[in-house]
Design a protein around this ligand. Structure first.
Ligand code: AMP
Ligand code: MG
Length: 419
C-alpha cells in the first residue's frame, strides 16, 4: 500500500486577474492541479466491479487460449479437400466439445464431430457448419466453397498472453471484470475507494417530516450523496451544518480525518450568511472560482487539513449541474481515474432560444420521439422538477447564438455522467 503525496497548497489557484473563468480553464485547472489521493490495495477479481485500476493489467492467458470451433459442425484438415464440387469425408468415432476435448489426432482425410468452443484436435484446422452438411452412414457430404480455417477462432485472436488488457486509471465495469476473468486474472491492484463526505449547510434546512413554511427540505444531501455513490465512491454522510462558523469548523475538522474529499452545498456565494466561504477563506486557503456557466454561482474550492473541499451552490439545480460538470471529473482524478470527459452528441433541436455571449449554458433537456432534443419549459434554477423531467443536458458554448428548430446542439445524456 503506497500512500500518495499530499495535494499542493496551490492546487486550486487560478490565473491572476481573471474575472470570469471560462469553464474549460476551470476544468483544465482541476485536471492539472489535482492528483490521486488514495493508496492502493490488492483485491480479488470478484470484488473488482466499480474499482479503479492503479496499474495496467496484463493477460495471464490468451483469449482464446487455443484454436477452437466457432460453430457446431464437423472439423477436418482443409488440405484434404480436393477440387471436386462436392466433398465427402468419413467421420471418425468420438467428438470434440467445449470442456470435452478430443485427445487423439484426426487422421488426414477424415472428419470429426465438433461443437462450439471445442479446442480443434490435432489434424483439424477448418470446420463446416452442421447446417451445410448431410450426414449418412458415418460419412459427411458438403458443397465446395469453404475457405481454409473457416468457422474457427485463432489462439489469442482477441487478446494475447502478457498483452495489456486494461490500463491504470480505468474504472472497472461489469464487462471489464468479465474480460479480466476470461484472461485468467484473479488478483488486481486498485486504488482504495475514494471516501466523499457530503454536507448541507443552512439554518433553513430540515429533513423529511413536518416543516414550517420558512424551512427548506434538504434535497441536496440525498441528491449529491446519490451522485457520489453512482460515481462509484464511498459516501460519508456529514449531515447538516447550521449557518454558524464554529459548528461548521468542528464538522470539517472531524470529517478531515476520515474522508478524502468533501462536497458542501450552500453558503458558498459570499453573502451575509455564507459561512462556508467565510471560514474557508480565512482558514482554508480558499479560492473562489467565478466560472462562466449557467446555472452556477461561484464555486468555492479549498483544502481543509489537506482534504479538498468543493463548495457548491445551495440551489439544487445549480448544485446538481456543478457536481456533474466540475465535481465529477475532479473526484475522478482524486480517485485515480483517467480524466472523465462526458460523451455528448449533436442532436437537432426542437426549440428556439437566443443566448448572450459570455457564459456556457446547461439546459435541462431530453430527447423526444422524433429524435430531437427538447428543453424544460423553464430555465428557472429553482425548478428542481426539471431535473427529473430531463434525461440529460444541452450544452451551449460561450458564444452568442440563436438556436432554431432542427439546428444541431450538443446533448449530454445523464448516463454519460455515470448516473
Ligand atoms: P445558499 O447558497 O446557501 O445561499 O442557498 C441558495 C438557495 O438554495 C437557498 O434558497 C437555499 O435555501 C437553497 N438550499 C441550500 N441548501 C439546500 C439544500 N440542501 N436543499 C435544498 N435547497 C437548498
Ligand atoms: Mg445558505
Amino acid at each position: 500500500m503506497i500512500a500518495p503525496p499530499p495535494l499542493r497548497d496551490d492546487c486550486f489557484a487560478l490565473p491572476a486577474g481573471v474575472d470570469w473563468t471560462p469553464a474549460d480553464v476551470a476544468l483544465d485547472r482541476l485536471k492539472n492541479g489535482l492528483s490521486v489521493v488514495c493508496a492502493t490495495e490488492e483485491i480479488d477479481i470478484g470484488d473488482a466491479r466499480g474499482r479503479v485500476l492503479s496499474a495496467d493489467v496484463h493477460a495471464k492467458r490468451s483469449n482464446p487460449p487455443a484454436p477452437n470451433s466457432a460453430v457446431d459442425g464437423y472439423g477436418f484438415s482443409f488440405e484434404c479437400l480436393g477440387e471436386n464440387d462436392v466433398h465427402r469425408l468419413d467421420l471418425i468415432d468420438g467428438r470434440a466439445a467445449a470442456g470435452g476435448p478430443f485427445q487423439d489426432e484426426v487422421p488426414f482425410g477424415k472428419a470429426i464431430r465438433i461443437l462450439t468452443g471445442a479446442i480443434l484436435p490435432v489434424g483439424v484446422d477448418t470446420v463446416i457448419l452442421e447446417e451445410d452438411v448431410s450426414v449418412a452412414s458415418g460419412e459427411i457430404a458438403f458443397h465446395a466453397g469453404l475457405k481454409p480455417f473457416a468457422n474457427t477462432r485463432k489462439a489469442g485472436e482477441d487478446v494475447n498472453v502478457n498483452e495489456i488488457a486494461l490500463t491504470a486509471g480505468h474504472r472497472l465495469g461489469p464487462q471489464d471484470v468479465g474480460l479480466l476473468v476470461a484472461l485468467g486474472v484473479s488478483k488486481i491492484t486498485v486504488f482504495k475507494r475514494l471516501r466523499v463526505g457530503v454536507l448541507s449547510t443552512g439554518d433553513e434546512l430540515v429533513n423529511a417530516g413536518p416543516a414550517e413554511p420558512w424551512q427548506t427540505y434538504d434535497a441536496n444531501r440525498p441528491m449529491l450523496g446519490g451522485l457520489v455513490e453512482n460515481f462509484g465512491y464511498a459516501l460519508v454522510d456529514l449531515g447538516q451544518a447550521p449557518d454558524d462558523r464554529s459548528a461548521l469548523k468542528e464538522i470539517l475538522n472531524q470529517a478531515a480525518s476520515h474522508v478524502d474529499a468533501i462536497l458542501i452545498s450552500g453558503g458558498a456565494s459570499g453573502g451575509d450568511e455564507d459561512h462556508v466561504s467565510a471560514l474557508l477563506r480565512e482558514e482554508g486557503n480558499m479560492q473562489t472560482w467565478r466560472i462562466a456557466i449557467k446555472p452556477g454561482r461561484p464555486l468555492a474550492l479549498s483544502l481543509w487539513h489537506g482534504v479538498p473541499v468543493f463548495g457548491l451552490p445551495g440551489n439544487p439545480v445549480a448544485a446538481f449541474v456543478c457536481s456533474l460538470i466540475f465535481a465529477r471529473p475532479a473526484l475522478g482524478v482524486l480517485a485515480g481515474q483517467a480524466w472523465n470527459e462526458p460523451q455528448g452528441f449533436m442532436v437537432p433541436a426542437s426549440f428556439t432560444k437566443t443566448k448572450k455571449p459570455g457564459r456556457r449554458e446547461y439546459l435541462r433537456a431530453r430527447l423526444n420521439t422524433d429524435g430531437q432534443v427538447e428543453i424544460f419549459k423553464s430555465e428557472g434554477s429553482g425548478r428542481i422538477s426539471g431535473l427529473s423531467w430531463s434525461t440529460g443536458l444541452v450544452e451551449l458554448d460561450e458564444h452568442a447564438q440563436t438556436i432554431q428548430p432542427k439546428m444541431p446542439v450538443r446533448f449530454i445524456p445523464y448516463s454519460s455522467f455515470g448516473i
